[in-house]
Design a protein. Sequence first.
Length: 601
Amino acid sequence: MFQSNFLDTLKVFNEGNSFEAYQFMGCVRTHESGQDGFRFTVWAPRAKNVFLVGDFNNWEKESMYPVFESGVYTLFKNNVYDNQAYKYAIETQEGQIVYKIDPFAHRFETPPKDASLVYDDPGFHWHDDTYLKNRNKGPVNIYEVHLSSWKKHYDGTNYSFDDLIESLLPYVKEMGYTHIELMPVMDHPLDASWGYQITGYFAVGGRFGDPQGLKRFVNAAHGMGLGVILDWVPGHFSQNYDAIAYFDGTPTFESDNPIMAKNLRWGAHNFDLGKTQVQSFLISSAFYWLKEFHVDGIRVDAVSNMLYLDYDLEPHVLNEDGSNTHHAGIAFLRKLNNTIHKTFGNVMMIAEESTSWDGITKPPSEGGLGFDYKWNMGWMNDTLRFFEMDPIYRNHHMDLLTFVFVYMRHEKYILALSHDEVVHGKRSLLDKMPGNRYNQFAQLKLLNAWMMAVVGKKLNFMGNEIGQYLEWRFYEELEWNALTNEYNKEYQYFIKVMNGLYRTEAAFYEDDMEVLWVREENAMMFIKRKDFYILMNFIPHQHDAYTLEVKENGIYDVVVNSEMVEFGGNWTYQVSTYETVDKRIELVVPAYGVLVLKKRR
């Protein structure tokens, strides 16, 4: 007979309100009837029978017990040890046996092996209380990382979490970033999916290490004052048949409607976000990373796929009135954000959302979705289109840059130059820039200054900061040897200096930007941020005696000139201080140049 509290717990799970379901679902160490062991619990609502197989029973099918009408099967076993492999053998209603992973497993075999692994959590001693109390209150400048291709060992093997503690964290700190965003570290079978085709929503991918390794990584990052954000994919999941797709032989985590269940665009399956058990599963997954790993934020991938019924390729199933609003997806996102913010308070929930949906970062009480930030895809697309343009036409297309000023405070944005912009034939940021190598780097500096000038938090994908020329390739490390080439090291130093300004000067990370003027006739822009003035020249023409009109008379110091030799430019000398005459400064503006001035107080 099952204890009443276990039945009550399963009832909450089935109602969609169990947010730490990993504490009782899956393989959990327990002490029952005077014995230490593990209880295995799995949701398979339309299975005929469920069996447990693994190293501990010579992979012979051992019957699990159905828990009344809960759709859950469970079994307690002793003589089970850490790191033993296991699966569920599910008998479908047609009598077929399918072998499946444990959806709640905390570890898996490293691909191409695919069994779940028993994990006996030894606990962890955290040292980040002070950081957690104050996290996410200051500037947010994110370094986006794909762990297995940032650097590799000489033999091509991946860096472990401990390797990354010694190498990645000091580098990110030195470069002046405030947060690291990790592309999905959850278990996934195919490297080429970059982690976005997840199978293990509660498991650290074995190619990166184990749960203890990720905890050491986050703990060390917090000790250095760095936040950690994880990418997470609640909209779709891997279609591998050994994983959670058609888990009990029928649509389980996906919709019963085959059109809605299949995601043709990504070769995946869509979660049925209206199923209450799926809600418990997914929200528990988010809780797992936030609570057990102390991560500081979650970037929710592919939010648009959860907002629209027709975001995928045809065919579509629309609402009865012909509308395309995904009501279940919207309700789930509101529930997700409400629950997380109520529980964790100061974590960041970030939406990767590519449409003009209104209210992504507004609270649900005001009709919004409740995210803290949204990636500004419009700014990214307009900006890159402008910079890829032949400079002789830029003065006619300054609207590509200025349009963001119309809506930049409508949502809370992150300006992202992410991995998506440097793959699939889109070319690297450096290769997007027209002109010779010298001018390409000059424009990269200009692009970075433009990002720093506009209202919004910042995100830069790894490799962007060193001027990598080739597209990002997930199967090999970044082009670190490029730093021995002309201009790369100097460009990296420019990024470090600009990051330092952003991190230490409230003028750069607060939202008080004022556009003083945009000169379309010569493609220039002048922006004020408190006592800082940022002048950007978007064409390859130097102005030898340019008159700059400022808001106040006084003394102005040149903080950054992108054409100085230490940044890879040609200038060896710059007048460091100017005194205004009738609120005017006369100076030389370099071609493709950035000048950052600060009024002396």
